[in-house]
Ligand binder design. Structure first.
Ligand code: DAH
Length: 337
């Protein structure tokens, strides 16, 4: 009898060991330890044994066998449980160090691109880059540019004044620069001719935004001062520059105009694909009064100057319909360029 019990126990343990899933261990539980299981069957035969001692020994052996099988089942359950967990963790693993797509790289804003390209083209033509402050005095922004107090041309500049009229020298003496032209004066006062500079920068006007105007925009000023400079140098420079900037020669025209700081003055226009003209730049021969304000003798030196709208150059180059689109920072728009 004892041998039968041991044999049944070993067979049961082997089955538990061989179970390869949690479901099969669960199934074995009733199969091996249930009422119809091999050990339970042996228990029913205990009554047939001859002596009390034999019954006792065999009963104990069956109980121990059942306990051993039950313990083995617990061990196997936990083994299979942790293996299943490990498999699940592996399959659901999120590797946060891995990128399915490479990270995208940003790029410079449309206006910055135009600004840098303009600088590059002019540096290629032998110009140097100059700078001036965005908050200017009345003298640099107007007076020295041949626009004395009360000059009607001041009205064209929709100026934003800085300061309180009741304090010190009062408002009206400090302004947000309305153009980059004051850098002409600063450069003349700082360096000896010959001067070949461009001055890109931000400018401000009290304008209501529309498709072609923004109250904050960008210009690039050009100034050439040398001996015997003529209007032909001006026309040739602007044409060489626009051809390089747009990568092709576009129809253009110089149209007579008026600026207090140039004489004669002109406007440079470029033709849009739809045939209409777009004003790109004001230009002209530097006025003698401006040379004098810059500390130069007009009998000795002559020069030309121009001022382009950088935003307009970008709009033109990329065929943007509305200048405001460049500043609302809608990523779907920005990403296209
Ligand atoms: N400063 C002018 C403006 O903002 C543009 C301009 C015109 C600049 C003629 C120049 C120039 O240097 O010669 O409208």
């Amino acid at each position: 009898m004892i041998d039968d019990i041991r044999a049944a126990r070993d067979a049961a343990l082997a089955q538990v060991d061989a179970a390869d899933s949690l479901e099969s261990v669960t199934a074995l539980d009733s199969q091996l330890l249930g009422k119809k299981g091999p050990l339970a069957q042996l228990k029913t035969k205990l009554g047939g044994l001859a002596t009390v001692d034999e019954k006792k020994a065999a009963g104990q052996a069956v109980n121990e066998a059942m306990q051993a099988v039950s313990a083995a089942m617990q061990v196997r359950t936990s083994e299979l449980g942790s293996a299943a967990l490990a498999a699940r963790v592996q399959s659901e693993r999120l590797d946060l160090t891995e990128h399915l797509t490479p990270p995208t790289r940003g790029h410079a804003h449309l206006v910055t691109q135009a600004w840098e390209r303009l600088e590059d083209v002019f540096v290629g033509l032998g110009f140097q880059v100059a700078e001036g402050p965005e908050v200017e005095t009345d003298w640099y922004n107007f007076e020295a540019l041949n626009m004395g107090e009360g000059h009607p041309a001041r009205g064209e500049f929709d100026t934003l004044f800085v300061g309180d009229p009741s304090e010190g020298d009062g408002a009206g003496h400090t302004v947000l620069r309305t153009h980059t032209s004051p850098v002409q004066i600063r450069t003349m006062l700082e360096q000896e001719p010959p001067i070949y500079i461009v001055a890109p920068g931000r400018v401000f006007r009290r304008d209501t935004p529309d498709a072609t105007h923004m109250p904050v925009f960008h210009q690039i000023e050009g100034l050439v001062i040398d001996r015997n400079i003529t209007m032909a140098h001006l026309a040739g420079t602007i044409e060489a520059f626009t051809t390089a900037f747009f990568g092709q020669k576009l129809p253009s025209r110089l149209r007579p105009s008026y600026f207090p700081f140039t004489e004669p003055s002109a406007e440079f226009d470029i033709q849009r694909p739809d045939g209409s003209w777009m004003e790109m730049c004001g230009c002209g021969m530097v006025h003698p009064n401006v040379l004098r304000a810059g500390g130069l003798d007009p009998e000795e030196w002559s020069g030309f100057a121009f001022g382009f709208g950088i935003d307009r150059m970008a709009v033109m180059r990329h065929q943007v319909g509305d200048i405001r689109d460049m500043y609302t920072n809608d990523i779907r728009f920005i990403e296209q360029f």
